[in-house]
Design a protein around this ligand. Structure first.
Ligand code: ASP
Ligand code: MG
Length: 445
């Protein structure tokens, strides 16, 4: 079995959906297709959840109407058989009217989840009918029957595998299964999500659950680039990455992958391929345990970082100070990304400000606190990057750029810089020039 996940942009247009079909039908063997909602749809659904809170029924109806038009247009274009077209439209209307009823119930986390995951339900319905219309046998599976993910950080993939096998056991043999990304059943047996962008995670959870041969993640970019192509010219896709390198890049801002994507498949050593639906002939990026090449491979940036400095004379020659500080963050379930210390101060960063006020209130007792928002972590990633001579050019940046923190040596694979977000693009560009454009990347190793 191979697991193929197609993202919102892949299924966001008629051209994309046709490509998804030809990719799904090429080659032999069983395939499980994990599909996102059409691009833009989940954002509209999130908007509906906000409108429920604001009790704005007129705007909700308007969005539901637009969603119906959008999906009906796709059905019109793709499905030729009149009866199938009619039936598929009815099914989309049924999902939308169920959604309308949901919006009238008392708002809760479950209502949120039911609403925002409807895009996947609609698109998978249409895609299954489209394949059927083309004479391609397939089974559409409801992910809620087997995506039992009680613990978001550490999914029980054996349980998911069990439930999946149970779900398909009563079905006739087929090569193509289709299911929804993003949705899960949580520890309370309620519908929940894998967080925004979570369909990638669905794919690798299922990959591990089914001991898949490989997982393919299809987007509209031809793999992980060595820098952010939105801000830097002349970036290029990286042919191979190790699981650890990919995890660092995804966590530190590379938008192509949901940050948790690779974790379920690492122990099972299942390779993950990142490919472009619109240029399927290009190799993309292979993420596996066998990735070759040492040294700096890529640079990425993560925004929305807050730096917190705690300055205290009590730290001088004292022990146990850091423990007390870290316990506060732990109590408020806030992860710390970067840390630097001096004898009487510690600076650290967080990317989740939800409990910032409470945290500050508590650490205020330990010293003088400074909080700086709107920062970005720029991350240089590659196996043994700290031994890569080119990486030393990060220090040349200090001539003319203000760098708030540097984390070097925390791991062999990562060097992180904290900069004000207003300087992010220029730092990405300068670094790119210094480390990638001076010589081809292979020569650094
Ligand atoms: N449709 C969901 C989102 O936009 C999940 C996904 O596409 O990965 O976040
Ligand atoms: Mg995505």
């Amino acid at each position: 079995m191979k697991v193929l996940k197609f993202g919102g942009t892949s299924v966001g247009s008629i051209e994309g959906i046709r490509n998804v079909k030809s990719i799904s039908c090429s080659g032999t063997g069983k395939k499980l297709l994990v599909l996102s909602a059409m691009s833009g749809v989940t954002n509209e659904l999130v908007r509906i959840t906000e409108l429920i809170a604001a009790d704005d029924e007129t705007s909700i109806d308007m969005i539901l109407g637009l969603l119906e038009i959008k999906h009906f247009q796709v059905i019109e274009e793709l499905i030729e058989n009149k009866l199938l077209r009619y039936e598929t439209k009815n099914e989309i209307s049924a999902i939308l009217s169920e959604l309308k009823k949901t919006t009238k119930r008392e708002y809760s986390e479950v209502i949120y989840s039911l609403v925002v995951t409807a895009g996947e339900r609609m698109l998978t319905r249409i895609f299954s009918a489209y394949l059927e219309d083309c004479g391609v046998a397939n089974h559409l599976l409801d992910a809620r029957d087997f995506m039992q993910v009680n613990n978001l950080e550490n999914p029980d993939t054996t349980l998911v595998g069990h439930k999946f096998k149970e779900t398909v056991s009563s079905l006739t043999e087929t090569d193509i299964y289709i299911t929804q990304g993003f949705v899960r059943i949580d520890e309370n047996n309620r519908v929940n999500t894998l967080k925004r962008g979570g369909s990638d995670y669905t794919a690798t959870i299922l990959g591990a659950a089914l001991d898949a041969q490989e997982v393919q993640i299809w987007t509209d970019i031809d793999g992980f680039h060595n820098n952010d192509p939105r801000y830097v010219e002349h970036t290029h896709p990286i042919a191979e990455l190790s699981f650890e390198e990919a995890a660092e890049l995804a966590y530190f801002g590379a938008k192509i992958l949901h940050p948790q994507t690779v974790s379920p498949v690492i122990h099972k050593n299942i390779p993950v391929y990142l490919k472009n639906t619109f240029t399927p002939f290009l190799p993309g990026t292979k993420i596996s345990a066998e990735a070759t090449g040492k040294g700096l491979k890529a640079i990425s940036a993560k925004d929305g970082i807050t730096a917190i400095k705690i300055k205290s004379n009590r730290m001088l020659m004292a022990h146990g100070f850091l423990r007390k500080i870290f316990e506060v963050f732990d109590r408020h379930q806030t992860a710390i990304d970067m840390i630097t210390t001096s004898e009487i101060a510690i600076s650290l960063t967080i990317d989740d400000n939800r409990n910032l006020v409470k945290i500050i209130e508590e650490i205020d007792d330990y010293g003088e606190i400074t909080v700086e928002k709107n920062h970005s972590i720029i991350c240089l990633v590659g196996e043994s990057v700290i031994k890569d001579k080119k990486a030393s050019s990060i220090f040349e940046l200090l001539h003319d750029t203000s760098i708030r923190m540097i984390s070097y040596g925390g791991s062999n694979n990562n060097i992180s810089l904290l900069v004000d977000t207003s300087n992010k693009i220029s730092v990405l560009q300068k670094l790119h020039q210094k480390v990638f454009e001076a010589k081809p990347v292979e020569e650094f190793v």
